[in-house]
Design a binder for this molecule. Structure first.
Ligand code: AMP
Length: 399
């Protein structure tokens, strides 16, 4: 995939109607936004468009209304918060691309901002229906995609609309593809990838693709036990995907053939059973990776593994991390994940954290500003690491 895409700065937006796809999929409780992080993250692109005198038409999805109007998933709350942050009124449309949106878009003046209703109120959105894409495109002269979190989806508002309008990226997507694209295409070496999380099966293609690129691949979390089983170790009651043992063997052979160092946990924190509740008290001990008792379950990497993984991260020039090293929701089982987050924060390498749990861990620990780039998209960043073409990026004009 070509990561060198035109951005808002490469196209004349002054006086133009610009449809800008944002990620305003914010958490809401009792009608109140509980984190406006995503709205704040979208500000640089919006402010640039306003400053250039564009007529700004924002759109986003929120939640899963499944093609129906659901008042609790209206973006009105986002328009209100955005008005406060921008210091100017954000005009709210009553529909996505219907009469109200059309009338309000037509009446926009330079520098004004409006927000369309939740794009997933339209049935056609997730089907990438050309009819809806055309209607959305008819509101504007230019399409700007700045929603990395949905860039792996081919929906009307993320990709389809680009069939009818010149399309470029905003600052958020520009940063994502700039940093992650360089890491994959032309990384500073040594390049170390750290993968964790529950299941091997979720990350099969990521492992395969990263083995083509990295110098060291580190596997922790629940997925490590299937690799340990592939090495012939007994893993007790730990998470094990028996159907993927052969795949893990294949990946170990591939690593060896390519000269990639594959690091697995050398010790593991075990308990008699999974914590219930997940953050409740739990009795644990640490055992060697090849000595997991039959009646115990591995729930975090042990201290030796933490040191081993941290050393590899610290001596790297590029590090990509996706997925927790253990059941980090429980403070007793979070030490492996914290050690990796800390190692990235302390490393002078280009450090990239791919969405979801690992991003949340870095933020909760206060390390976010010590990481080069925390991706805003969980699923999208994984597909990026898989080497897949993301429809919301592929549809943008090349530089
Ligand atoms: P994922 O959604 O695949 O990124 O996995 C995240 C989940 O993996 C978290 O909820 C962790 O609690 C869980 N996890 C990590 N390590 C383990 C483990 N050793 N055993 C069971 N679950 C784990």
């Amino acid at each position: 995939m070509n990561y060198n895409k035109k951005s808002v700065e490469d196209i004349d937006v002054t006086g133009k109607r610009v449809l800008c796809r944002c990620d305003f999929n914010v958490p809401i409780k009792g009608g109140v936004i509980t984190s406006d992080k995503r709205i704040v993250a979208a500000l640089p692109t919006i402010q640039y468009l306003v400053k250039q005198g564009a007529k700004v038409i924002l759109c986003s999805h929120m939640g899963k209304p499944k093609g129906e109007y659901k008042p609790e998933l209206s973006l009105k709350v986002v328009a209100d918060r955005l008005s406060e942050l921008l210091g100017q009124t954000v005009i709210m449309a009553a529909d996505v691309a219907g009469k109200d949106a059309q009338a309000k878009a037509a009446a926009l003046e330079n520098g004004q901002v409006m927000l369309l209703e939740n794009t997933r109120f339209e049935k056609g959105e997730t089907k990438n229906d050309p009819e809806l894409s055309r209607k959305l495109a008819s509101l504007a002269d230019i399409f700007v995609n700045d929603a990395f979190g949905t860039a792996h989806r081919a929906h009307s508002s993320t990709a389809g609309v680009a069939d009818y309008l010149p399309a470029v990226c905003g600052y958020l997507i520009q940063k994502e593809i700039g940093i992650m694209g360089k890491a994959l295409a032309d990384p500073e070496r040594p390049f170390v990838a750290i993968l964790g999380g529950a299941k091997v099966s979720d990350k099969l293609n990521v492992i395969n693709n990263l083995l083509e690129k990295v110098d060291t691949l580190i596997i922790g979390g629940g997925m490590a036990y299937t690799f340990l089983a592939a090495k012939g170790y007994a893993v007790g009651k730990s998470l094990l995907d028996t159907e993927k043992i052969d795949y893990c063997k294949e990946m170990m052979a591939k690593a060896e053939a390519k000269g990639v160092k594959l690091l697995l946990p050398v010790d593991t924190v075990v308990a008699a059973s999974f914590p219930d509740p997940i953050d409740g008290p739990i009795d644990v001990k640490t055992v060697a990776a090849d000595a997991i008792p039959a009646d115990m379950e591995g729930l975090d990497i042990g201290e030796e593994s933490r040191k081993l993984f941290a050393e590899a991260a610290k001596s790297a020039k590029t590090v990509v991390w996706n997925g927790p090293m253990g059941v980090f929701e429980n403070p007793i089982l979070a030490k492996g994940t914290i050690a990796v987050a800390e190692a990235l924060a302390e490393s002078s390498a280009v450090t990239i954290v791919g969405g979801g749990d690992s991003a949340a861990a870095c933020e909760q620990l206060g390390f976010a500003d010590k990481i080069t780039h925390i991706s805003t998209g969980g699923g999208a960043s994984l597909e990026f690491l898989e080497g897949l073409e993301l429809p919301g990026i592929a549809c943008l004009q090349d530089k």
